[in-house]
Design a binder for this molecule. Structure first.
Ligand code: CA
Length: 223
């Protein structure tokens, strides 16, 4: 999952980026509204954390422009304490949730997890596929109850596929959602990671759909 953080406060921006990175997300960062708007307009993010008070273009205007342009990604806004009017303006502009400063990073992480799983149509923070269980809170996957040892790349790939179960996910979509903007995007790497995941999972839950991409599904529904 790929997240955009738009926050002009260097320290906060870094704290959020590090916490999100530690939780297994790929993070792009912007420090003003114009840069943030551009990234959100051109890159496919699974969620955005958007500060309201930003230089060049304020967060509410950024959000209004995205929504006008048809960008539907979940957006969590960061508002200053005692600025209740920012929350109202933000939600009216199309924000999905808000956190008031000062905040605990854990709260932001929990809200981001909730936004992403709701956008993918999941109500709980655990996703199942056959014997696999993804625990979003712990960023962990178990197979028949035993933790799977995954690299961060493998985890991100499996996390994305499990969130989008029963859907065909193209290689391009995977590359766009699993790597940040500076990554050398070689589509062969996806095949390599899918191969490794298949080996670790043992049973074939990741189907190759010829010419289209991959689809994750429970081989034996009802198991
Ligand atoms: Ca600010």
């Amino acid at each position: 999952m790929r997240i955009l953080v738009v926050e002009d406060d260097q320290t906060l921006n870094r704290q959020l980026t590090e916490a999100l990175g530690g939780a297994g997300y790929v993070v792009d960062r912007a420090f003003d509204g114009e840069e943030g708007h551009f990234l959100g307009d051109t890159e496919p993010y699974d969620a955005v954390i958007l500060d309201v008070g930003l230089p060049v273009m304020d967060g509410i205007s950024v959000l209004e422009r995205w929504r006008r342009e048809g960008r539907v990604m979940p957006v969590l806004i960061l508002t200053a304490r005692d600025r209740w009017s920012d929350k109202v303006a933000g939600i009216d502009a199309g924000a999905d949730d808000y956190v008031t400063k000062p905040f605990h990073v854990e709260e932001v992480l929990a809200r981001v997890r909730a936004l992403i799983r709701r956008a993918a149509g999941h109500a709980s923070s655990e996703i199942h596929c056959g014997p696999l269980r993804l625990d979003m809170r712990a960023s962990r996957v178990t197979l028949d109850g035993t933790p799977l040892k995954l690299t961060s790349h493998e985890y991100r790939l499996l996390d994305y596929l499990m969130h989008h179960q029963d859907q065909i996910v193209s290689r391009t979509e995977l590359i766009e959602h699993l790597y940040d903007q500076d990554f050398d995007r070689d589509s062969n790497t996806i095949e390599v990671f899918v191969g490794r995941l298949r080996k670790k999972i043992g049973i074939d839950l990741i189907e190759t759909v010829r010419g289209q991409g991959y689809r994750m599904r429970d081989a034996e529904p009802g198991r």
